[in-house]
Design a protein around this ligand. Structure first.
Ligand code: 48H
Ligand code: FE2
Length: 266
């Protein structure tokens, strides 16, 4: 053998397939009974996942795309710098994301580092992130009326326009972190009118007020169903803030704190 050759362990095709199938299904059997389902791996969803998993709750994030970060990667007009304001900097520091202070309480971060370390922090804390899965409905119960889980489908199946029934995942809390469209809450509002959810829709930009309002209004929308990030703005009729992301991570942290409290006392 020449000195440059590397001995690669040989694994045949059937074994590769069996390992993937066995360990995927092992995970899914666990995931079907979760404490918290977060829909969307954007900044609010991944921050929520980090704090919920850190608190010991079995947390799964379903993300439609094959990537992390939601709107972070696109930044503003595709530029790779993100503006963060205090006190969100504390959360980023906890995740070892480098911040460049440009004025008192205002920081610039690189979008790639922000996405990667948010995801790594959530995963290291114990959250499971599943890509390529779209949440397209919720499960509910009456007496008392409550959202108790979600329906999931492969994004690819949806894109192909195939009629395929979903699988169901139970959860003590479901977080809509789907961004501007608040997709999960919109479905629940339409299909479970008894929840009395009225969605006024997001307002035009007013950054100075939008950040605080979004964080303050983060929380439960109906029993078992919570909003974080831009979904809050949509569901509560608040102004948008544009490409500044402090409110997204603060909203993710806040929804986690609310759920931890609600589950402890329920
Ligand atoms: C599975 C889904 C589904 C679904 C969507 O848009 P996001 O980045 O969401 P937030 O709220 O964490 O952050 C918002 C921020 O990016 C932003 O747009 C800001 C601050 N805008 C201000 C302004 O004025 O415009 O991420 C949502 C994620 C995405 O990755 C989607 O692919 C995913 O959710 N998603 N995943 N099932 N039904 N719907
Ligand atoms: Fe946006």
């Amino acid at each position: 053998m020449d000195s440059n050759s590397i001995k690669v362990k040989q694994v045949d095709e059937v074994k590769i397939s069996k390992y993937i199938l066995k360990y995927t299904f092992q995970d899914w059997e666990d995931i079907v009974e979760s404490d918290v389902v977060i829909v969307g791996a954007g900044p609010s969803g991944m921050t929520a996942a980090y704090y919920l998993a850190k608190a010991g709750l079995k947390t799964v994030v379903f993300e439609r795309r094959l990537s992390f970060g939601g709107g972070i990667g696109g930044g503003a007009m595709l530029f790779h710098k993100i503006v963060i304001e205090s006190p969100a900097d504390e959360i980023l520091k906890e995740m070892k994301i480098k911040l460049n202070k440009v004025e008192e309480g205002v920081y610039i971060v690189d979008s790639a580092e922000f996405m990667a370390k948010l995801a790594a922090s959530a995963i290291d804390a114990g959250a499971k992130i599943i890509h390529g899965v779209t949440v397209d409905d919720v499960i509910f119960r009456e007496n008392p009326l409550k959202v108790v889980g979600v329906a999931v489908e492969w994004t690819a199946t949806q894109m192909a326009g195939l009629h395929v029934d979903p699988l169901f995942i139970s959860a003590k809390a479901v977080v809509d972190a789907t961004g501007h469209d608040a997709e999960v809450i919109s479905v629940a509002a339409r299909k479970i009118p008894e929840l009395n959810i009225v969605i006024p829709g997001e307002k035009s930009a007013y950054s100075e007020t939008a950040e605080e309002l979004t964080v303050e209004n983060t929380g439960m929308v109906a029993p078992g169903l919570y909003a974080a990030g831009m979904a809050v703005t949509e569901v509560k009729g608040l102004p948008r803030m544009g490409p500044i992301f402090g409110a997204m991570v603060l909203s993710g942290k806040r929804v986690a704190e609310i759920i931890i409290k609600d589950l402890r006392y329920s």
